[in-house]
Design a protein around this ligand. Structure first.
Ligand SMILES: *Cc1c(COP(=O)(O)O)cnc(C)c1O
Length: 385
C-alpha cells in the first residue's frame, strides 16, 4: 500500500481526475465517429495549438522526437551537415541529427538557466552549419531572440525544441513561434500531456508547414505518388481529443506550477537551505515566461546523489534530468567529442536535481519535501560537529 507520507515525483492520475468525464465524453465521440486518424479533433487541435503559440501553422505528428526529425528532414539536413545543439538535453534533440547522417556540434550551457549559451553558438558556426536547435529546457525559453538574430545573420534555420515549453514565451512571444519550426511533445509528463505519444510542429511559414505535412505522410501526394521519402508519423484522433480537453485547462495548470515553484523557493530559503554550499534555486530569466515543466535545483559539494537517496528512503520522489550529457553517451562515442569545452554541461549533470512539480501537488506535500531536505542537512551538520 502507498505510504500516505509519500510524495510522488509526478501524479498524472491526480492531475487528470477532475477532467475524467470530459475525457470519456470526448473519447466516446471519436469511437462513434470511427475516424481514428485525421479526425476533426486533430484539425481542431492543430488550430488551437497554433493559436495558443501565436503562429500561423501547426502540423500534428506521432511524437516530439518525430517533430524534431521531420523538421530536419524538411530542411534537407543530411551527411556533411553540422547542427548546433546543447549536450545537456534529452536524447531526441540529438538523435534527429545523427539519424539523418548529419553531425551534432555541441555547445555549452549557461550555468544559471541550464539553457544553451548564445555566445558559444556564435563560436560554433562553420560554413557547414545547416541548423541550430536551441532547447527550451525545463519550461523556460533559451535566449531565442539573440539565437534567431545570429542564425538570421548567418542564414541558418532555427528549430526550436519546445518539447518541455508549450505556452512559454520570451519577450512575450511564445515558444515555437520564433524559429523556422517549433517542435512540441505531448508525452504524458509534458505540460500538455496526452494518454500516449503525440507531437506537433509549428511554423509561421505555410510552405514549411506544407513540407512538414508531406514528410509526415510518407512524402505521398497525391495518393500513391511519393515526392520524397518521408515517414509515417501521425497524431491519432484519440490523443487529439484528450489533448483538446487538457489544452482548455493549460493556462490554469501553468499558474499552479508557477505558484508551486514560487513556494519551493520561499520554503527552501526560509529553511536556510539556499546558498553556494547547499542548494541553488532555478534562475528565472527576466525576459522569459517560465511554464515550470521542471523545478531544477543544484546541489553543491558533490552531495546530490546522497540527498536523492535520502529523499528516496523517505518516500519523496525526485529525478535527475539529465545524469549523462549527450557527448558522453555510448552511442555517440563515434563522434569523438572533446568534452573540455562543455564544463558547465558536465557540472550540471553532476549537480542537478529535479523536485516534484505537477499542478495538483499540495502545499503539505511541498512542506514535506522541504522538511526532508532540511533534515538531510541537519543530520550531516550533526555528523560534522
Ligand atoms: C520529451 C522531449 C522530447 C521528445 O518528445 P517525445 O514526445 O517523448 O518523443 C524531445 N526533446 C526534449 C527536450 C524533451 O523533453
Amino acid at each position: 500500500m502507498a505510504n500516505p507520507n509519500n510524495v510522488p515525483l509526478l501524479d498524472i492520475n491526480r492531475d487528470n481526475a477532475p477532467h475524467q468525464d470530459e475525457f470519456v465524453e470526448a473519447l466516446a465521440k471519436v469511437v462513434e465517429s470511427g475516424r481514428f486518424l485525421f479526425g476533426p479533433d486533430v484539425v481542431e487541435l492543430e488550430r488551437e495549438v497554433a493559436g495558443y503559440s501565436q503562429v500561423e501553422n501547426a502540423v500534428g505528428c506521432a511524437s516530439g522526437s518525430d517533430a524534431l526529425l521531420l523538421a530536419l528532414m524538411a530542411l534537407n539536413i543530411g551527411p556533411g551537415d553540422e547542427v548546433i545543439v546543447p549536450s545537456f538535453t534529452f536524447f531526441a534533440s540529438v538523435s534527429c541529427i545523427t539519424r539523418l547522417g548529419a553531425t551534432p556540434v555541441f555547445v555549452d550551457i549557461r550555468p544559471d538557466t541550464f539553457n544553451v549559451d548564445v555566445d558559444k553558438i556564435a563560436e560554433a558556426i562553420t560554413p557547414n552549419t545547416k541548423a541550430i536547435i536551441p532547447v527550451h529546457l525545463f519550461g523556460q525559453c533559451a535566449e531565442i531572440d539573440r539565437i534567431c538574430q545570429i542564425a538570421c545573420e548567418n542564414d541558418i534555420p532555427v528549430v526550436e525544441d519546445a518539447a518541455q515549453a508549450i505556452g512559454a514565451a520570451y519577450h512575450s512571444r511564445p515558444a515555437g513561434s520564433w524559429g523556422a519550426v517549433g517542435c512540441f511533445s505531448f508525452y504524458p509528463t509534458k505540460n500538455l500531456g496526452g494518454m500516449g505519444d503525440g507531437g506537433m510542429m509549428t511554423s509561421y511559414d505555410a510552405a514549411m508547414a506544407d513540407r512538414l505535412r508531406l514528410f509526415a505522410g510518407h512524402g505521398m501526394r497525391p495518393r500513391y505518388y511519393h515526392q520524397v521519402v518521408g515517414i509515417n508519423s501521425r497524431l491519432d484522433t484519440f490523443q487529439a481529443a484528450v489533448l483538446r480537453v487538457k489544452l482548455r485547462d493549460l493556462p490554469n495548470a501553468v499558474e499552479k506550477r508557477s505558484d508551486i515553484a514560487a513556494r519551493y523557493s520561499r520554503l527552501l530559503s526560509d529553511a536556510n537551505l539556499v546558498g553556494d554550499d547547499q542548494l541553488t534555486m532555478p534562475h528565472q530569466d527576466p525576459n522569459a515566461f517560465h511554464v515550470w515543466n521542471q523545478f531544477a535545483i543544484r546541489v553543491a559539494g558533490g552531495r546530490r546523489d546522497d540527498l536523492r537517496a535520502h529523499l528516496s528512503e523517505r518516500g519523496v520522489g525526485s529525478e535527475i534530468y539529465y545524469p549523462v550529457p549527450m557527448h558522453k553517451q555510448e552511442c555517440f562515442q563515434y563522434l569523438k567529442v572533446d568534452g573540455s569545452n562543455l564544463p558547465e554541461t558536465e557540472k550540471a549533470c553532476a549537480e542537478v536535481l529535479n523536485l516534484p512539480i505537477f499542478p495538483s501537488l499540495t502545499e503539505a506535500e511541498q512542506i514535506q519535501v522541504v522538511d526532508t531536505i532540511a533534515n538531510f542537512y541537519a543530520a550531516s551538520a550533526r555528523m560534522a560537529a
